[in-house]
Design a protein around this ligand. Structure first.
Ligand code: ADP
Ligand code: ADP
Length: 226
């Protein structure tokens, strides 16, 4: 069954802005799909609709076999943004386990899971460190760890590496691909401005055109890197 399905989805904001039109798209379980397109073409709006944060004004969509809002309640969708909002006075272990604290998961289990995800992103020796002691790339790793802690079925990444230097970005791209390969059934949807990044990361790239913000075509590409 498709993990995400959009059928002629449209979004007109209350102020009249047409953000998305006629978006039709099917994403299978375990796919890594990139969305490319200029600013304002509706990429974030599509993500927000998939995450159940805003409703489409036209068309029909399902996420994880149900409505996006319903899917969100099951903690199976996680978000990573460019500007990681880490708590500056909390150690990394507390930052990454925050979603579990909010859900009342007992401390012992939280710590175990926190150590698991920090190890996944190569930060197992940094559990007691504060965010301000970290570089931008390491902070991004913490954000990814925090997203992974709930073992999401769907990971939405909105230009996560946009602010990183080229070398750090390439390192993180490869780490992300490694994590995705290991987590088998996790589906990743990834927004980027960078066409090279899109082609490198995914085998299917969704190209969105600027006005009036619709999915124009889906170009299957073969990733040129291993
Ligand atoms: P992208 O992520 O591709 O930059 P967005 O989805 O953020 O595009 O925005 C698509 C269009 O919708 C833009 O014209 C933007 O200004 C507009 N938009 C985004 N959010 C809102 C909102 N909450 N209210 C009104 N217009 C919005
Ligand atoms: P060539 O050997 O043909 O020059 P490169 O590997 O140097 O190929 O890459 C060609 C272009 O793709 C360069 O502009 C480079 O910056 C870009 N590029 C290569 N790898 C990545 C990557 N992982 N992410 C983003 N851009 C990349």
């Amino acid at each position: 069954r498709p993990l995400v399905e959009l059928n002629n989805v449209g979004k007109v904001y209350p102020n009249g802005t047409v953000a998305v039109q006629n978006a039709t798209l099917t994403v299978g379980e375990g796919e890594f799909l990139c969305f490319v397109g200029p600013s304002g073409c509706g990429k974030s709006t599509i993500f927000n609709m998939i995450a159940g944060l805003t409703a489409p004004t036209e068309g029909h969509m399902t996420v994880l076999g149900t409505t996006p809002k319903e899917a969100r309640k099951h903690n199976e969708i996680a978000f990573v943004f460019q500007d990681h909002t880490l708590l500056p006075w909390s150690k990394l272990i507390d930052n990454v386990t925050l979603p579990l604290s909010l859900r009342g998961v007992p401390k012992k289990e939280r710590i175990e899971e926190g150590e698991r995800v920090l190890e996944l992103v190569g930060l197992k020796d940094y559990t007691r460190v504060l965010p301000r002691q970290l570089s931008g790339g390491m902070k991004m790793r913490v954000s990814i760890a925090r997203a992974l802690i709930s073992r999401p079925k769907l990971l939405l990444m909105d230009e996560p590496f946009g602010a990183l230097d080229e070398i750090t970005r390439q390192t993180l791209q490869n780490e992300l691909l490694g994590i995705w390969e290991r987590e088998k059934s996790m589906t990743v949807l990834f927004i980027t401005h960078n066409v090279f990044e899109a082609v490198y990361l995914s085998s299917r790239v969704v190209v969105m055109t600027p006005r009036p913000g619709k999915i124009d075509e889906i170009i299957p590409v073969r990733a040129p890197f291993p």
